[in-house]
Design a protein around this ligand. Sequence first.
Ligand code: SF4
Length: 497
Amino acid sequence: MTDPLLICAPMRIEARAIRRGLRSSASPAEVLRTGYGTTRATQAAKNMSHASFGPVAIMGVGAGLTDDLKPGDLVIGTNVGDVTCGSALLLAAELERAGLRVRTGRITTVDHLVRRPERAALAAQGYLLADMESAPLAAAAGGRPLTVIRAVSDTPDRPLAGIVSGGLAALRSLRAAAPVVQRWAAACGTRQVLLAGPRSFCAGVERAIEIVERTLERRGQPVYVRKQIVHNTRVVGDLESRGAVFVDELDQVPDGATVVFSAHGVSPMVREEAARRQLAVIDATCPLVSKVHAEARRFAADGYTVALIGHAGHEEVEGTLGEAPASTVLVQTPEDVAGLRPRDGERVAYLMQTTLSLDEAAQVSGALRERFPAVRAPGSDDICYATTNRQVAVRAVAAESDLVLVAGSANSSNSVRLVEACERTGTPAYLIDSATDIELGWLSGVSTVGLTAGASAPPAVVEEIISALAGLGPLSVSERVTTTESIRFGLPKEVRQ
Ligand code: SF4
């Protein structure tokens, strides 16, 4: 965006507070005093049609409409008049990271001071804040990136009595918000999004979620789930809201209750405890994890020392180690291979966690082959099709992108590996649980954003990220598909039709 940020501030006192907060080192900004009240704002909006400017920020004080707002709180408009502010959530999150109290919601513009009964009526219509200028100014933005930031000066319980102290708090907030608005403006611009294909849910995750959903339907709530069903906060939160209860261990599950084992699998000890407690178990372990468990049992039964390539502490690794604990050793690095002391160097096998980095796993398996030339490999790749496909796809996208956003939770091994795969290509990448995790500073000067999602991240998060980026300027979206997936796994008998 070549044209500078235009900040519209109705009153002199507001304009002064904002100017004091602006940083000369950040993106250039012009503060325009547009005048108090709807008539002056409408005239200022007409004058704007002759001016040249870039992103528009409308900033000032306003009347809080709901009881939970406090003087000094910032309200970021999602809808102002007929205009939608597409980047409201991104900016609100950035302001929160700057330490400000922020709400997002609808702002209404009226032509008079609102009294208490009218505040209640407007709040009942879904508005958070009322002002006397924003709507005509927002319309004058003419489709440019737009934000409306109003600092609460008065509230329903202190409409006029507290206006002086509330006004001061509001001006302080406007001043503090000004440099953040400059960051927002620097992040605005025309850009393209390259979607990696495939991305998001794999067959094992879809199956695990469906198992919990069907169990809730059939058995009612609560349904206990040992560990997160898949490693994603959105999925877990959604299922929690529908009656799933996530527990760390079985001792948190009442006797006789229904418990679902997560997609990452469990060790035989956990199964034994569930049987002893007479819990009704429904197993959502991904069949590709179960395959690795079976390989561990088979190699151990044949007298092999099993080197399990994986990450310590990961639930899947703990489950696989538990299948043959006396015969299985975790190896995380080539250095770990050097320290291996197998019973018989001719009878060594290796297995892998399903969600490893292809490159790192190849290094460790290479070290095993070098040290134990007779080492046995798994019958088919343990790193699953979904992990492999997503890493190949994101590398293709990273090669064309200035940065890559990976939707996924921090405890998702699959998602973290996607970030690492990008970084190995030299493209910066960030793991984000939701669009609000995007820091505006990442986007400054970035014209091509790669976008993918880990196997446990819902497609809806990708859609949210795209719509948040679209609020920062014209956005084109295209997809780079490296392969297509059609794998589906059957459901366990307990939840089949
Ligand atoms: S990432 Fe792979 S192993 Fe894990 S649930 Fe998905 S398909 Fe199964």
